[in-house]
Design a protein around this ligand. Structure first.
Ligand code: GRF
Length: 219
């Protein structure tokens, strides 16, 4: 069966990108990472993608000044050249216009380091700690026009520890990110995710046995 051709868009270190690349090595995985595209010529993740034998491209946003749509049209052209079916944002630090989002409706995924709809935006781990939440985590969702919103495909949670700081919490959430992003992409690429009334319905369901955190104390 023909695999879904995926472009991963990055701006930085690319650890989620690597999780997707590694998952896609499995012959039975329904997607192949056909391209890694960055807006930052010095993104660390670029060299990791190249070392993994993945095609890379740079569309530097700086060349387009404030004209976001021209920048996106340039990216769109590259995506077209590579015959891309699905886009995965993985630490891609540019806000996207409705023009681009509409072109990739239900074909563009993002990973966000919080349990959406809580803690949209940046600096999620510090804000989660200040809010005193006991459970934090990550979400993979289809991209909608509004930042960090859109139908949620998968979420994973971690318990917040009393001695956590933003770095220790981020590290545990990142491990969850690396598990749920390949899973979510696999589901979408296999055609198992349908958006119904703004919510994702997963064909065949997903086992939730390991997914719940129920706190306990000793008496
Ligand atoms: C991740 O925490 C992701 O959730 C957020 O940006 C970070 C990117 O990290 N959107 P990496 O580049 O995948 O290592």
């Amino acid at each position: 069966m023909k695999k879904t051709r995926v472009a991963v868009l990055i701006s930085g270190r690319g650890s989620n990108m690597m999780a997707l690349i590694n998952a896609a090595k499995k012959p039975s995985y329904p997607a192949e990472i056909a391209l890694v595209l960055t807006n930052c010529p010095d993104a660390v993740g670029l060299s990791h993608a190249q070392a993994a034998g993945i095609a890379t491209a740079i569309t530097d946003h700086a060349a387009y000044g404030r004209d976001r749509e021209s920048f996106e049209r340039a990216m769109q052209e590259v995506l077209g050249q590579y015959g891309i079916d699905l886009v995965c944002l993985a630490g891609f630090m540019r806000l996207l216009t409705t023009w681009f989002v509409a072109r990739w409706e239900e074909r563009m995924l993002n990973i966000h380091p919080a349990l959406l709809p809580a803690f949209k935006g940046l600096d999620t781990h510090r804000r989660a700690l200040s809010a005193g939440v006991k459970i934090h985590g990550a979400s993979v969702h289809f991209v909608a026009a509004e930042m960090d919103s859109g139908p949620i495909i998968a979420q994973g949670a971690v318990a917040v520890r009393e001695d956590d700081d933003a770095e220790t919490l981020a590290a545990r959430v990142l491990e969850v990110e690396h598990r749920i992003y390949p899973m979510a992409l696999g589901l979408v690429a296999a055609g198992r995710v349908q958006v119904v009334g703004g919510r994702c319905v997963i064909d065949g369901g997903v086992s939730t046995q390991q997914a719940l955190i129920v706190p306990d104390i000793e008496h």
